[in-house]
Design a protein around this ligand. Structure first.
Ligand code: PRX
Length: 655
């Protein structure tokens, strides 16, 4: 955590009450009901969470609601639960049996849908298929797929048999895939032949094959055939999805696992070069996913919930799969680029499927806004009743555009703050109750205790910028970093250890302020993690990719604010002595090198060459100075710890 003061420049006083039309149909619009819930959550938090857990099916009830052994939590201990059962069997034994669970549209325009009972059958077949390969409870299964229903089927099949899934974003390179498989020691990989992206067929299978060559733990690769092209197996560990499930029974009796049984590992970036595998367990995670999904999105039986997040991120886990399906909702998912083949695509999908709720990222909203109002205005979007955002701070201008052009001033906006680590939404409005302010995620949800504090843990004043912390354990919290508990303790729990006043605060890595009404304004990361187009990237990861290029000696990567993407990455690099290169072709080569090592989401916008990098006397690169050079061209901060002042002159000349 760096030591800078956090200054907020945003002044935004507009306040929007939920529309009468929304309130009339909202599942929670009575202030009294909300106040009662909030009161219970404040005065008896464990009882509050217990009530939320009771909305799920448990094979056996818990004996203890929470066991807190700083910084490790166990929720609903000794309770037995199955996430897949909660997402499927519960509904097929009810009136939801023939309700659509998933509407899917592929990028080329092909479609599929599954009722709950059809989805149940497919998941059971896959669960039986996995068992037939010898996959057992506790094994890790890597899933490297695009946004197709089969990715959800694969997740639920794992959950059903107690295998822990590790979904890896389909845009990652084979190196990134390899690292995540190796770190989790996955026994099986589920992938697909190709995905469509901007009209191009990308071979996931080929990338997967390259990765698997270096992964001894993988015993089976299951390949789903996305297109009609015949796909063949190329090694004896490969098996085609349809052949695996062909003769499997379409029923499987799910058993209850311990509440703390690992449900999934999901890798995310931190401030070192090595991604962190956050481990989420079953009962607490599902309780929070279910509670937040139903409350924040005000779900009713008729809703069609369109979340544009990829399954490879936490939003795809909690608000494509586990939250919606545990609530028996209908989800709408789309495979490709939202503005492909043109900017009508997303609005066309909403119109065609009559989506009622849209949940997307600010970067997407800014892109739609830039492309022009004529695209959404050409469509009937009157089915929409609620809009959500996630992943990065939303600027008030984009918020207002979203509200007026897409929501026609009828739909509340739920700006939802949370993280891979938190498992579910933490700060967001309850839409029928809480008035919203453009750019603020509003209030912590009932059950969540958040605060903004100084470095020493003392409370910040109203509107004073500080560090966002969570003050008490919550059910959806990650339990550890897979295989690296020390890092878990250090990164999240060492800044604010327990003392006489509290039981330890969770440090989020975000800066924030709280206004006079108690509203939270998230100001972005205070560590070396950057949000690019809503994707979370560690600058250290990109730096280590750059220095793995033979011509590069050192690299420092910083974020530069960008109107559409939120941030773009700028890399400063030094070239090794005695290496003769053409700077322009090296620039291109380095960008490609990063794409190849991590994935195109990490591709730097610009590469700057320099003789050396500004460093403190102890050898730490002073990224703050690089940020200043990029944003202002002037260095105003303290440079007394700088090792070599000349370096700054060289960097400025580069401008
Ligand atoms: O900086 C915050 C930002 O995204 C980070 C978490 O990224 P990730 O783990 O990839 O999860 C993204 C999806 C939940 C946070 O530390 N962030 C997320 N939501 C918001 C946000 N920043 C501002 N406003 C939000 N609503």
């Amino acid at each position: 955590m760096n030591n800078q003061n956090i200054t907020s420049l945003l002044q935004e006083d507009r306040l929007f009450e939920p529309s009468e039309q929304f309130k009339q149909n909202a599942s929670m619009s009575s202030k009294k009901e909300y106040d009662d819930i909030r009161k219970l959550a404040q005065e008896h938090p464990l009882e509050f969470w217990e009530k939320q857990a009771q909305n799920l099916h448990w094979f056996e009830s818990w004996k203890t609601i929470l066991e807190w052994d700083y910084p490790h939590a166990s929720w609903f201990k000794e309770g037995k639960i199955n996430a897949s059962y909660n997402c499927l069997d519960r509904h097929i034994n009810s009136s939801h049996k023939d309700k659509i669970a998933i509407y899917w549209e592929g990028e080329p325009g092909d479609t599929k849908s599954f009722t709950y009972s059809e989805l149940h059958k497919q998941v059971c077949k896959m669960a039986n298929g996995l068992l037939s390969l010898g996959i057992q409870k506790g094994d890790v299964v890597a899933i490297y797929m695009g946004m197709i229903p089969e990715a959800i089927i694969a997740m639920l099949a794992c959950a059903r048999i107690g295998a822990t899934h590790n979904v890896i974003f389909g845009g990652f390179s084979s190196d990134s895939l390899r690292d995540r498989i190796q770190d989790s020691q996955a026994k099986c990989l589920i992938t697909q032949d190709i995905v469509f992206r901007k009209g191009v067929e990308l071979s996931l299978r080929q990338t997967a094959q390259e990765a698997v060559l270096q992964c001894n733990s993988i015993q089976h690769t299951i390949i789903f055939q996305r297109t009609k092209h015949q796909c063949s197996v190329s090694s004896d560990i490969d098996i085609l999805w349809h052949e695996l499930i062909e003769n499997q029974p379409d029923n499987h009796i799910a058993q209850g696992f311990d509440s703390e049984h690992p449900l999934f590992i999901l890798y995310t970036s931190g401030s070192t070069g090595k991604p962190k595998g956050l481990l989420h367990t079953t009962g607490g995670y599902l309780t929070q996913a279910h509670y937040t999904f139903t409350r924040v999105f005000d779900i009713n039986n008729e809703d069609i919930f369109f979340c544009t997040a990829d399954i490879g991120w936490i939003t795809g886990h909690s608000y494509v799969t586990y939250g919606p399906l545990s609530a028996g909702a209908t989800i709408l998912i789309y495979e490709g680029v939202l503005v492909y083949p043109d900017a009508h695509r997303i609005w066309n999908i909403i119109e065609q499927y009559k989506a009622t709720i849209l949940y997307t990222a600010p970067t997407a909203i800014r892109t739609f806004m830039k492309l022009g109002d004529q695209f959404p205005l050409a469509h009937n979007l009157s089915s929409l009743r609620l809009l959500g955002t996630v992943g990065e701070p939303i600027n008030p201008e984009a918020w207002i555009w979203y509200k007026s052009i897409i929501g026609k001033d009828m739909c509340p906006i739920v700006d939802t703050w949370w993280q891979t680590e938190t498992g579910g939404i933490m700060i967001a409005p309850i839409p029928g109750i809480i008035a919203t302010k453009p750019g603020s995620a509003t209030l912590p949800l009932p059950g969540i205790l958040a605060n903004v504090v100084h470095k020493d843990g003392s409370q910040c004043d109203i509107n004073e910028g500080g560090y966002l912390v969570i003050m008490s354990p919550w059910p959806g919290m990650a339990r550890t970093i897979y295989g690296d508990n020390e890092r878990y303790k250090k990164v999240y729990w060492s800044e604010y250890p327990p003392n006489t006043e509290h039981q330890g605060y969770y440090f989020t890595g975000d800066g924030a302020r709280i206004d006079k009404d108690g509203y939270f304004w998230i100001m972005g990361r205070v560590d070396d993690v950057v949000n690019v187009s809503g994707h979370r990237l560690g600058t250290a990861e990109v730096e280590s990719a750059l220095v793995s290029h033979p011509a590069i000696a050192e690299a420092a990567v910083i974020a530069k604010p960008d109107d559409i993407k939120g941030n773009v990455l700028i890399a400063f690099v030094t070239i090794k002595k005695d290496v003769n290169v053409d700077i322009n072709s090296l620039k291109q080569e380095l960008k490609d090198h990063v794409s190849m090592h991590i994935g195109s989401i990490a591709r730097p916008e610009d590469i700057r060459f320099t003789e050396s990098l500004p460093k403190t006397r102890s050898g730490k690169i002073m990224r703050r100075l690089l940020r200043e050079i990029i944003s202002t061209g002037i260095i105003s901060g303290d440079t007394t710890t700088l090792e070599d002042f000349n370096v700054l002159e060289h960097l400025r000349e580069e401008e």
